[in-house]
Write a protein of this length. Sequence first.
Length: 357
Amino acid sequence: MTTQPSPPAPSATPIPLRWVGPVRVSGNAATGEVEVPLATYETPLWPSVGRGARVSRAVPDGITATLVDERMTRSVLVESEGAAQCLDAVRTIDAKIEELRALTRTTSRYAELLAVRHEICGPLLFLRFEFATGDASGHNMATLAADTLLGHLLATVPGIRYGSISANYCTDKKATAVNGILGRGKNVTAEILVPRAVVSRQLRTTAAQVAHLNTHKNLLGTLLAGGIRSANAHYANMLLAFYLATGQDAANIVEGSQGVTYAADRDGDLYFSCTLPNLIVGTTGNGKDLPGVDDALQRLGCREDRPTGDNARRLAALAAATVLCGELSLLAAQTNPGELMKAHTSIERAQGARHDR
């Protein structure tokens, strides 16, 4: 008789979490001042984002977060005899779009088919379904709808056969050009215009220095490194901490951290923006009812009685604003020789001293 191994015990050491801010936010998805939760082992991240949050409160409108677009995607693969047959299939599928939209609605109360895009590679036809998914991030909702649509297409479109339910043209948890161009999840731009005096007093730099560094480091440095549709300093740091604190699928920072930082000197004032085309967040679904996560979403104002999708839109706007806070603070620090390492060393030594007591 064999015994099954016991499941591992829950971790006794949760990831350290702190609330930072408040961050002042305005825009079409969130307004007001709100503290944001960051779960991370990189303790210098908290004061860094905190500095960006203080800057946001020194500006009347704070950080303006504009939600530009939203869609969750799932791609499928079908096979045919050649490219001509694939093109015939595409034309048939395009003519069925309203039929496919009606079929999508049978799979979920919230799923809506927005578009079907395609890519032909010889005898292979890649179909990228794009869905609205309400307040859910939509991974499972999109896959269920895509599975239903694929079965229907195989039964009604001549000349195609099954390839795969997942075709890597979505693209899920991979850094790709297609996501940067077409978007996956929430597409949000966060921006702020920081007065010259605030740049000098709180960031200890100038607008010209930040813009100069952004061009040389984020744009040219990333180009030389071969970055894919991305030019930023460390979006992944803020996103991972925010995702873990709010119950998101942490692996989605792979595409989520694709984004572009823009900085300009406007007569001494600093215009600064972070564009994130792949923010995959939700306020309902797997993991969102865990006590700590539910508490965090409530405190963020993302459990309110709003039209479907608005809670997730608010969460995406707050995520983008948080990214801007950390990105702005880091770039400002890097304009001054030695500041970044000095801050890291002093903070980490202070943490170590507390643990030694």
